[in-house]
Write a protein that binds this ligand. Structure first.
Ligand code: HEM
Length: 413
């Protein structure tokens, strides 16, 4: 909008700009403008955009702000159901409301327990050591190694596949498939962008249908076996379609985001040698570093909610039933009303509680696992390669919601 000769943003312009390559490359200046408009702003057509920490937190934690389900979306956009990627996510807990979401979430939580996650620590340590060996070998002659491919992708994909029970030989091709499928989680200007996502959804559905049948016939100690058995025993507790959608969700949510946490974290270490020094001498803890990476450059930048009831408000602004709210997690994590000097990367912050894992009914089921992986990986990486350095120009993915690098070359010698 133009007013008085100067460019003025409103809520609609904020949403529009989120879809541009320029903003996807660096969304933080736009977030600052959104925060200046206020913690929550109307964006026209029954839409709102929330950028303040308290506002985003409230929307996440108020169950009457539900997620937009496939049924709601296909009412607005009939073409929606034609896309297998949207349909697949639409059957997962990420995009269901009560009563389905708590029913299925508690089943997943009953097999994906904190004990099972804690028991993974030795396996994570072993995987980290092996991947660092691989990087050392690849970069022994001083040539650049792509950290994203050689480490940041392989660690979390290996760990989640171990938990799920996906055989080792199948793991590598998931990087491309997950990247393609998660286009369906972006804020899209045009549903035609979903061609690659639909293809990936079909392939992953086929893959997990076969794996679930195989594990049902020959169960092992893994999540696919456990969940396939529950679905086979009682369709009302977990339907075959829900099983499939949530296995795919666990796979892609289990590594795309953690891959980006590791990549965003290493890029920050390169920009802040004092943080690397602090981690090496113990002044900064791996947990404190991980929290600050999550806050400063969150692997998940945005999500959305819909007002399911009358009489809701955020920060005193009435949000009528049926309204959609875009929640800018990345902006909330930089809200000056919540964080002192939000633009400063400071791993010694206390009581940070970034909103990067969401909050409330959909709070990330894998936060413990993601933290475990980062807290093991980062110190081991610094320990193993005292002269770790950038090895070329990194490239970012052209994404907003799942923010991370495509390549991040390093030298290890
Ligand atoms: C740094 C890594 C991670 C980040 C930043 C992250 C972030 C998030 C966020 C923001 C949500 C909530 C979305 C919403 O409310 O709309 C979420 C949900 C979820 N995450 Fe994660 N996640 C990470 C790692 C993982 C891992 C390792 C797993 C699994 C092993 C996982 C599994 C899930 C699942 C299943 C949900 C859906 C929960 C529900 O809808 O009830 N995530 N995650």
């Amino acid at each position: 909008m133009i007013s008085g000769g100067e460019h003025r943003m409103d809520g609609a312009a904020i949403i529009e700009q989120l879809m541009t390559t320029e903003v996807r490359a660096d969304p933080y200046p736009l977030y600052a403008k959104a925060l200046q408009l206020g913690p929550v702003t109307p964006a026209g057509d029954g839409m709102f955009v929330a950028s303040g920490y308290a506002a985003v937190n409230k929307a996440l934690r108020t169950p009457a702000f539900g997620v937009a389900t496939a049924e709601m979306m296909s009412g607005l956009e009939p073409e929606f159901t034609a896309h297998s990627s949207l349909a697949l996510f639409g059957r997962s807990i990420l995009q269901r409301n009560a009563p389905d979401q708590p029913r299925v979430r508690s089943l997943i939580a009953s097999v994906f327990t904190p004990r099972r996650v804690a028991a993974l620590r030795p396996a994570v340590e072993k995987a980290v050591a092996e991947l660092l060996d691989g990087m050392a070998e690849q970069g022994a002659d001083g040539s650049p190694v792509d950290f994203m491919d050689a480490f940041a992708f392989r660690l979390p994909v290996g760990v989640i596949c171990e938990l799920l029970g996906v055989p080792e030989q199948d793991r590598y091709r998931f990087r491309g498939l997950a990247s393609d499928l998660t286009v369906a989680l972006e804020i899209l200007a045009d549903l035609d962008e979903l061609t690659v996502a639909d293809r990936a959804a079909d392939e992953l559905s086929h893959y997990f249908t076969e794996l679930a049948a195989e594990r049902l016939a020959r169960p092992q100690d893994d999540l696919v076996s456990d969940l396939a058995r529950i679905a086979a025993e009682d369709d009302e507790r977990l339907s075959a379609q829900e099983l499939l959608a949530n296995l795919v969700l666990l796979l892609v949510a289990g590594f795309e985001t953690t891959t980006n946490l590791l990549g965003n974290g290493l890029a920050l270490l390169f920009r802040h040698p004092e943080a690397a020094a602090g981690l090496r001498n113990g002044a900064i803890t791996p947990a404190g570093f991980t929290d600050e990476v999550l806050r400063f450059d969150s692997p998940v930048q945005a999500t959305g909610r819909v007002a399911l009831a009358d009489g809701l408000d955020i920060d005193g602004l009435p949000i009528p039933a049926g309204s959609g709210v875009t929640l800018l997690i990345g902006a909330a994590n930089h809200d000056p009303a919540r964080y002192r000097n939000p633009g400063v990367f400071d791993p010694t912050r206390t009581d940070s509680q970034p909103l990067s894992f969401g909050g409330g009914p959909h709070f990330c089921l894998g936060s413990q696992l993601a933290r475990l992986e980062a807290e093991v990986a980062v110190p081991a990486l610094l320990d193993r390669f005292p002269r770790l350095a950038p090895g070329g120009v990194p490239t970012r993915r052209d994404r907003l919601v799942l923010r991370g690098f495509e390549t991040l070359p390093v030298t290890v010698r």
